[in-house]
Design a protein around this ligand. Structure first.
Ligand SMILES: Nc1ncnc2c1ncn2[C@@H]1O[C@H](COP(=O)(O)OP(=O)(O)OP(=O)(O)O)[C@@H](O)[C@H]1O
Length: 460
């Protein structure tokens, strides 16, 4: 079984004909779904208000003397108002394709014609449940991340430097349009954070924010990942799956590391950005998605275009608006406010109340930050773990290339000792929980185990 197939999902079947309700209920119950039935829109709406219904299959006509579908469309509108993310599948009389199109235009997820084909009906239901589960997962992740961020950084993005303030002003203005935005800047300057901020300031802030790391998708999986696939489209395709493009429908699609996209994929991406149209692998039906696109790169795309490595037309498509985040070394006014922000986050996380010593503040100011804000965030977290109960000293920050003067009068400690101490402290803090310790130290579990062995540290 795959995650999309919620075996016990509850499906509501709304049809005035008892034999239709019965036949569909039997079919769905056989597949392991829980089924509820309603003979009329009023009954359906009452059920929707007190049952956890995952999908609704509803007829378009309830008064037998009419084929207008008016009642079905009204029911559709109310169900959408109750929950715009729940998949609603219309049932239409055979040949009334206009009505089906109207239902789709007004928000139905799909339709089946009566008399229905059992396999087609089951495929539609499975696909829709899978899609809504994936969207719900993405929304949950987005919500959790937003909550975590709101908790961690009450003021959002730190922007004390004049250049960052101007950038945020500009961002707020352009977030309102649906023009594609390209964010450029070195690794760790905050491109991902800015992309999320654009989404939050955009008219689609309540919709999904889907990220695709273009550098992380193997070339052979690009299309499946982006556009989805039908069941059986290739060996591992045991279930139909929606791609990222489809999942982002109505919301924002964030294409991270877009400069890493190989040429063949650039052409496919351009096509879908231009038309909004795509096909899942193994399907002939063309699907449509409306997405707001934000791309990011640390590469010099213009130079890549000149060198023939990046398509000029795709570049122009992506960079209607370009936002460049300056490296941290160009905005020294941000360093200490960022450090204080990260310190208050880590103090809360590890239940400490540490402060930077004057020498540590000096070291922070003097460091060049080649790894930008991410390097700063990691340095502060490490320092909190290393500092014990004293205030934070320069050597706790473990800044690579730190000038000797910045370490003040503190004795120089061998890196290995620092590493061992840090691991011991983190293990203590997490009461021997290796997974949490590894996460906090930014190590994989196996990398942590290797170090435990190296230093002869025993876990409980
Ligand atoms: N101005 C800022 N205020 C607060 N936190 C920031 C700021 N800029 C970056 N950060 C934090 O620094 C870390 C790195 O930022 P982010 O991942 O957005 O960088 P990036 O440019 O997308 O990196 P990469 O190019 O490596 O993907 C994140 O934890 C982010 O929350």
């Amino acid at each position: 079984m795959t995650s999309g197939r919620a075996e016990s999902a509850t499906i509501l079947v709304v049809d005035d004909q008892a034999d239709v309700r019965e036949a569909v209920s039997l079919l769905l119950a056989d597949e392991g779904y829980s089924v509820l039935g309603a003979a009329a829109p009023q009954g359906a709406l009452a059920l929707l208000q007190d049952q956890p219904v995952a999908l609704v299959l509803f007829d378009m006509n309830y008064s037998r003397d009419t084929t207008s579908g008016r009642e079905g469309l009204e029911l559709l509108a109310v169900m959408r108002a109750l929950d715009k993310h729940r998949p609603l599948v219309a049932m239409t009389a055979w040949g009334s394709i206009d009505l089906a199109v109207q239902a789709l235009q007004q928000g139905a997820a799909d339709f089946v014609e009566k008399p229905w084909d059992n396999n087609r009906l089951l495929t539609i239901i499975r696909t829709q449940l899978e899609r809504s589960a994936a969207v719900e997962r993405a929304r949950r992740v987005g919500r959790a991340a937003a909550l975590e961020r709101a908790d961690k950084s009450p003021g959002g993005i730190v922007a004390e430097a004049e250049s960052m303030r101007r950038l945020l002003d500009m961002t707020r203005r352009v977030a309102d349009s649906d023009a594609p935005i390209l964010i450029t800047g070195e690794n760790g300057v905050g491109k991902g954070l800015l992309a999320e901020q654009i989404h939050r300031w955009s008219p689609v802030a309540d919709e999904v924010f889907i990220t695709v790391n273009m550098g992380a998708i193997p070339e052979s999986l690009f299309e499946a990942e982006m556009f989805g696939h039908a069941k059986g489209a290739f060996t591992d395709a045991r279930e139909a799956r929606a791609g990222r493009f489809e999942l982002a429908d109505g919301g924002t699609l964030f294409l991270d590391e877009v400069g890493n996209l190989p040429a063949a994929q650039q052409a496919k991406l351009l096509h879908v950005l231009e038309t909004g149209e795509f096909e899942r692998i193994g399907e002939t039906r063309t699907r449509h998605a409306r997405v707001r696109v934000i791309a990011a790169t640390n590469a010099d795309l213009q130079a890549m275009v000149e060198a023939g490595e990046f398509r000029r037309d795709l570049y122009f498509r992506l960079n209607t608006i370009e936002l460049r985040i300056p490296p941290l070394s160009e905005r020294p006014a941000d360093v200490l406010p960022l450090a204080e922000r990260f310190l208050s986050i880590q103090n809360r996380k590890y239940a400490r109340s540490l402060a930077f010593s004057d020498a540590a503040l000096k070291a922070l100011r003097e460091h060049e930050w080649p790894g930008n804000v991410r390097e700063l965030a990691h340095a502060v977290e490490r320092a909190v773990l290393l500092a014990g109960d004293q205030s934070i000293q320069p050597e706790h920050l473990m800044l690579v290339g730190q000038s000797p003067s910045a370490t003040g009068a503190q004795p120089i400690v061998a890196l290995e000792d620092l590493e061992r101490q840090m691991i011991e402290r983190a293990l203590n803090h997490f009461e021997g929980d290796v997974l949490h310790t590894a996460e906090a130290l930014g190590l994989s579990r196996s990398a942590l185990y290797r170090r435990l062995e190296k230093y002869g540290i025993k876990t409980a």
